[in-house]
Design a protein around this ligand. Structure first.
Ligand SMILES: Cc1ncc(COP(=O)(O)O)c(C=O)c1O
Length: 489
């Protein structure tokens, strides 16, 4: 039987890899419920009185509290991206090296957040630092073609089943251009996507992300709700939503709207409400339905990208989508994204029927970091080690869960994993909503107190293993969890 935690090409998801028992779990409050209060530190000390985890957190992070208070004066929530804010205040970072981050109070953390899954190369990798320094010293951008543009494109076309790529700066851009290409190619407008999945900030793909329970409709007929304002009128109506792993609803959407659907947009393995695996045959059936109805299949590989396997989810699942969206890890820590696909779709750009532009696309610093990442750091040889370290972390977490009889389970695939503080299996977004964000954040703060950032803050993200992690870091992480676990019961 295939190893459930393996991301070797062609590996599948046997039952053993799945969460086993189901059980009661608390309802997760809306993530948007965390709001900035007037005098954060005073208010929060009172709110968390009697909680030893939080008292220790306050003691260790006085500098972060001060920095955060000052930042809130000049920036909404005191952060550059709303996903970075959490109550009572985020830990403010100063530097990173290898698999470690240091905060403004001088605390050191073993980090599995890795800049929301971007820094699979680890912090300050010498190969990448050297490449970036060289590019900056000879002109950080030309906004004119260079040999490096071609080199990156060749490296990406080797890894992913695409004929051509164009570069962007972010995942949001990569998704936006892929959707435009799909619409222009099919001469249709609607995009079918999966409830709860995140595909970046483009208006057309926000319907169904963090939809409100009272507006989201029944599980087998989810609606493209979106809780925040300011979208282009009609943006939500363009979307069609189905539950992830709910192939019956997908089939019904195609039956009812087959001639309107330009593309199915899917994160092939969900990494945005914890690690949620596709059921056997689910993605294959999406491919088949798209072919049957002349719609395009778009893989959003912004997160899976060069982490799940050398050739991403395409290689791992053995499926060729029509378009692939990339970003995050391919830039080795500098802003770089890409989208690519088969020739006849990309020809729309050649014929100028779809316009793709961007001053910073292919800036030299990002290209240099990307070439070092794709060409010299994330070579075929590193994946076996990433997987084995990630497996070691899963087994360690599972052992602690057993020893402390915690109501929890772990899912892991390749370099990714999630500690679920409950037993309910998560097959889609509705399952995920049963999990308590508050409980998970206590785990986060408890681990932070013991020198570990176990994932980005929030049950909705995953741990990522980098090439800079080692057995010593994993074992220290498991020891930290052993200390925190009794406080979570
Ligand atoms: C699957 C997926 N697609 C797209 C995006 C958007 O990428 P970016 O934040 O670079 O715009 C993200 C960001 O987390 C993502 O996880």
């Amino acid at each position: 039987m295939a190893d459930p935690s393996s991301n070797e090409p062609g590996a599948r998801f046997p039952e053993a890899a799945r969460p086993r028992a189901s059980g009661a779990a608390t309802r997760r409050p809306a993530a948007t419920a965390t709001r900035v209060t007037a005098s954060p530190v005073v208010v929060h000390h009172a709110r968390y009185a009697g909680d030893p985890i939080m008292q220790e957190f306050f003691r260790r992070t006085r500098g972060s509290a001060t920095e955060s208070r000052r930042a809130r004066v000049v920036m909404p929530m005191g952060v550059s991206s709303s996903f970075r804010f959490y109550e009572p205040y985020p830990i403010v970072m100063e530097r990173g090296r290898g698999c470690h981050l240091w905060d403004v109070d001088g605390n050191r953390y073993i980090d599995y957040n890795l800049a929301q899954g971007t820094m699979v190369v680890g912090y300050a990798h010498p190969e990448i630092s050297r490449a970036v320094k060289g590019a900056v010293a000879t002109g950080s951008m030309f906004a004119l073609p260079s040999r490096d543009d071609r080199t990156i494109a060749e490296l990406l076309c080797k890894r992913f089943p695409v004929d051509q790529v164009r570069l962007t700066n972010t995942g949001s851009e990569s998704v936006m251009y892929s959707v435009r290409l799909a619409r222009a190619f099919t001469k249709r407008t609607r995009i079918l996507r999966f409830e709860g999945a995140y595909h970046g900030t483009y208006d057309a793909v926000l319907g169904g992300f963090r939809s409100r329970p009272d507006k989201a409709g029944p599980a087998d007929d989810p609606q493209p709700d979106y809780a925040a304002a300011g979208l282009i009128p009609g943006a939500l109506e363009g979307a069609l939503v189905a539950g992830y792993n709910d192939i019956d609803t997908v089939r019904r959407r195609f039956r009812e709207h087959g001639r309107e659907i330009a593309a199915v947009l899917v994160e092939p393995v969900i990494l945005n409400y914890g690690l949620c695996l596709p059921e056997p045959g689910f993605i294959e059936e999406l491919r088949r339905l798209c072919d049957e109805h002349d719609a395009l299949l778009i893989f959003d590989e912004v997160k899976t990208g060069i982490k799940l396997a050398w050739g991403g989810a395409c290689e791992f699942l053995g499926i060729r989508p029509d378009l692939v969206c990339l970003a995050k890890s391919i830039g080795g820590g500098l802003p770089m994204g890409a989208f690519g696909g088969r020739q006849e779709v990309m020809d729309l750009i050649v014929r100028d029927e779809v316009l793709h532009t961007g001053t910073y696309c292919g800036n030299r610093a990002s290209l240099a970091a990307g070439i070092a990442t794709l060409g010299r750091v994330m070579t075929r040889g590193v994946y076996r080690r990433l997987n084995s370290l990630s497996r070691r972390l899963r087994k360690g977490y599972e052992e602690v869960v057993r020893r402390h009889r915690l109501d929890a389970h772990v899912t892991q695939l390749g370099p990714f994993g999630t500690l679920w503080l409950g037993r309910r299996p998560v097959k889609n977004y509705r399952d995920f909503l049963h999990y308590s964000e508050d409980r998970w954040m206590r785990f986060y703060f408890g681990m932070a107190n013991n020198g570990v950032l176990p994932a980005p803050p929030g049950q909705d993200d995953v741990w990522t293993m980098s090439v800079a992690h080692d057995e010593k870091a994993i074992d220290a992480t498991i020891r930290a969890f052993d200390k925190v676990a009794p406080l979570l019961r």
